[in-house]
Design a protein around this ligand. Structure first.
Ligand code: MTE
Ligand code: MO
Length: 198
């Protein structure tokens, strides 16, 4: 038996972890479509509204009381930078949505400051998304979305809404901020779904 396992090329798992058209950066660029909102945790809340109008709320203490996970994931921005191995701490959307009754298929994510982004509800479930409040062992910096942001690392990073304030569940796939000006409604980096029609 060889010491090198089949398929291992000396790069990251067969060199397959960099999606097409991306390059690696070791920086952590800041991309914000407007000014950075300053949200104090004592004023922070996160809400989930269902398609029938039921609303669930968490204040900061309630978020902190939920079981958190530390996860390491690669980030892929549609402007072509990717950052490998970023470490986050946050609460899984599986935990937050566990008691939310819904038959909706879609979600509009809303941020403090007015940013929105849309995605299918199933992309927030099954260990794919978190409300993240620590990056690299430190409280999440305001420019990166602190006190808390959505993290959905399997989609292009514009889906990971910074300063997240809530989800609105819907039967219809309405378009968010970037999606409504021509970015792809789904945004799978492995399929290079950058713009509508890709
Ligand atoms: N609220 C909000 N969230 C946002 C954005 C934004 O402008 N406002 N930009 C998105 C885009 S395009 C990217 S690439 C990432 C950038 O996250 P970063 O600034 O932490 O690198 O945040 C996403 N989330
Ligand atoms: Mo982006």
């Amino acid at each position: 038996m060889g010491i090198v396992s089949p398929g291992f090329t000396g790069r990251r798992r067969g060199g397959e972890e960099l999606p097409p058209g991306q390059y690696v950066t070791h920086e952590f660029p800041v991309l914000s479509a407007g000014p950075t909102p300053q949200i104090r945790t004592e004023h922070w809340e996160f809400t989930v509204a269902t398609e029938t109008g039921e609303t669930s709320r968490w204040d900061w203490a309630a978020l902190m009381a939920l079981p958190a996970e530390t996860i390491t994931r690669d980030l892929h921005c549609v402007t072509r930078w990717s950052k490998f191995g970023t470490e986050w701490k946050g609460v899984s959307l599986d935990t937050l949505l566990a008691d939310v009754e819904t038959a909706a298929d879609f979600v509009m994510v809303h941020s403090y400051g007015g940013y929105t982004t849309n995605l299918p509800l199933e992309d927030l479930l099954d260990g794919q998304a978190w409300i993240a409040y620590q990056y690299d062992g430190e409280p999440l910096a305001p420019e990166h979305g602190g006190p808390a942001r959505l993290l959905v690392p399997h989609l292009y990073l514009w889906k990971s809404a910074k300063w997240v304030r809530g989800l609105v569940l819907s039967d219809t796939n309405d378009l968010g901020f970037w999606e409504s000006v021509g970015y792809h409604e789904y945004g799978d980096p492995w399929k290079e779904q950058r713009y509508a029609g890709d």
